[in-house]
Design a protein around this ligand. Structure first.
Ligand code: F6R
Length: 605
């Protein structure tokens, strides 16, 4: 998704803007640009595609300046082209913008009626023109405030002024924005990750805040233009942050570091000596919880689905799950005894953040399970359980999914214990198995050679299906999501028992069908559903944790993952599906870390 950077310094800034934009590349984008100021001239450079192109353009026609803004754009209003790329400038201001201006059409008409002309198809240009108009009568800060009052939607802005060459103004409404501090230099960034190579001292803007950044100081204002102070956070040191090491891409690195990230997560939450779980300070006393509502998007929603099975199995708590973009528009009956849990790797997903805000407005207790602990969702929740996966750069979520599952399982166990829903032996047995999980994930990754062979079966396929029952159903959904987003091959995830209610019509000779069948209470039923597929010519790829592979001549490939106990099987069944999506995409020469049309951090609705 779009990314913003701004630097005010006592030395030239364009190289650091380029380097910071490279840090924002992981978010997914289709064009890039920057603007610097020299002798009261706004120098704009833009490109389609990668930041490397922008770097080449800058190299050919260098334009220095000690203050500047940069942007990576993920197209919403208007196709990805040079004209629509940010910054959008007039002879007075230059603007970079994340988010969406919902009333841009209306504002555009008003400005056109005044005789103003638009160059691009973007909603951003409305902001540029409104500020330029306001500057005829007001100073920069008041011009921005006047403009903000007219805008509807959610956004983050970085603004450079031709005649006020020592300041950048930033504004936040809905989309995240951070400020960084250093000696003789201060920064604006759409996330702290982009600023990390320059500083570890950060402040976060809250909704409605505006900041004025110069090389020597940063001033903050609230929505009523009152000067405010902001807390400074010191960012933690993350190792291996942007280094692919020996791997071809971040996704393969992230898949293969899952044994380590799982170990980090288990070590954080499990006290192996006391055979207990270190989770305390529940926002609602567990015995008083009436219902748990789990909310997320995409892969994070799939974790919610798995957790539904776990919490129902282990506890007596009523469970509801929803996709954040649906949850936020429902007419809900909020209950103070319900715990609302938000799942998000980035902690910045717009729909999930909005769903959380609704819960806060209704004064119910919220918990977030996030990877980025400095994120908006984490900061806005009553209670935060980090997944300790380390930075996830590949757009497709892998190690964060495993981290989310681990935290959800650990939380389910702890709740069950405090509420007296399970006995001591079952509790301790599950803890023993959790400690073995990292090694078992490592074992399940050994399926890679076989998966490379399976991947070839997908090269000429028209589509594919992933089937599972019980907690393997969300794993089927996750396997299908990974395959479609990475390889652009149509993939459907289905509960195996639903096939004859419609989707069976899709089965034809040679269609690859992945059957996920751990040896649980559904095993025999899943086998029957598989027979229905075989009878119609489907090509079966069978994944199980059963000790013996079942004998069936119609199974094209059989893959086995380690077995610890039935309830943990979703975690171990995941790795082969991640590898399958990865290898199909690799064979099809797709951009593994940045699949087309997608973004890492979905900060628009
Ligand atoms: C799929 C994927 C997305 C994210 C979704 C939510 O591989 O990565 O479906 O899971 O956009 O993102 P977060 O977890 O950051 O809220």
């Amino acid at each position: 998704m779009c990314g913003i950077i701004g630097i005010a310094s006592n030395k030239p800034v364009s190289i650091n803007i380029i380097n910071s934009l490279k840090k924002l590349e992981y978010r997914g984008y289709d064009s890039a640009g920057l603007a610097t100021l020299t002798n009261k001239n706004i120098n704009e450079k833009k490109c389609i595609g990668r930041v490397e192109e922008l770097e080449k353009i800058l190299f050919k026609t260098p334009r220095e300046g000690n203050i500047g803004i940069g942007h990576v754009r993920w197209a919403t209003h208007g196709v990805p082209n040079i004209v629509n790329a940010h910054p959008h400038s007039t002879d007075q201001v230059s603007v970079v913008h994340n988010g969406i201006i919902e009333n841009s059409d209306e504002l555009k008409k008003e400005l056109e009626n005044k005789g103003l002309k638009f160059k691009s198809q973007t909603d951003t240009e409305v902001i540029t023109l409104l500020i330029s108009e306001a500057l005829k009568e007001h100073d920069p800060l008041n011009s921005v405030f006047k403009t903000l009052k007219k805008l509807k939607g959610s956004f983050a802005l970085g603004i450079l002024f031709k005649n006020f060459s020592d300041i950048i103004i930033g504004a936040r409404r809905g989309s995240p924005l951070a400020v960084g501090y250093s000696k003789d230099e201060n920064y604006l960034g759409s996330d702290s990750y982009a600023l990390k190579s320059m500083t570890n001292k950060i402040s976060y803007l809250d909704d409605g805040d505006v900041c004025v950044i110069s090389k020597d100081e940063v001033k903050f204002y609230d929505v009523s233009l009152k000067k405010i102070n902001k807390k400074t956070h010191i960012l933690s040191e993350d190792e291996n942050i942007a280094d692919k090491g020996e791997y071809k891409n971040f996704m393969s690195k992230e898949i293969f570091e899952q044994p380590i990230t799982a170990k980090n997560c288990v070590n954080e939450y499990i006290d192996s000596l006391k055979k207990d779980i270190n989770i305390y300070n529940f926002p609602i006393e567990p015995t008083n919880i009436n219902k748990i509502v789990l909310i997320g998007c995409g892969t994070a929603y799939h974790s919610c689905l798995v957790a539904k099975y776990w919490l129902e199995e282990l506890t007596t708590i009523d469970i509801e799950i929803d996709i954040a973009s649906e949850f936020r528009y429902r007419k809900l009956k909020f209950n103070q005894k319900n715990l609302y849990i938000f799942l998000s790797q980035s902690g910045e997903t717009a729909d999930t953040a909005a769903a959380l805000d609704i819960c806060k407005k209704n004064k119910v207790k919220t918990c977030s399970i996030v990877n980025v602990v400095e994120s908006t969702i984490a900061r806005n929740s009553d209670w935060v359980l980090p997944i300790h996966a380390g930075p996830e750069i590949g757009v497709a979520s892998t190690k964060a999914f495993i981290g989310q599952l681990l935290v959800l399982f650990i939380l389910s166990l702890k709740l069950a214990k405090i509420r007296g829903d399970i006995n001591k032996n079952v509790y301790e047995d599950n803890i023993k198995n959790l400690i073995k999980i990292p090694e078992a994930i490592e074992e399940s990754l050994k399926s890679e050679n076989n998966i490379q062979l399976v991947a070839k079966e997908f090269l000429n396929a028209k589509g594919s299906m992933f089937l599972g029952r019980g907690s393997s159903f969300p794993i089927a959904l996750e396997g299908a999501l990974k395959l479609k987003e990475l390889s652009y091959l149509h993939a459907e995830g289905y509960p195996a028992g639903e096939m004859k209610h419609g989707p069976l019509a899709l089965i034809e000779e040679g269609l690859p069908v992945i059957v996920i069948a751990p040896k649980d209470k559904y095993f025999e039923k899943t086998l029957s559903n598989m027979q229905e597929v075989i009878a119609r010519g489907g090509k079966i790829i069978f994944i199980t944790d059963n000790k013996k592979m079942i004998a069936n001549d119609n199974i094209r490939f059989g893959l086995r993952v380690p077995f610890l106990n039935n309830i943990l099987s979703p975690i171990l069944l995941t790795a082969p599906l991640q590898l399958l999506a990865y290898h199909v995409a690799l064979l099809k020469n797709c951009d593994i870390d940045k699949p087309r049309n997608l973004a890492k951090s979905v900060t628009v609705e």
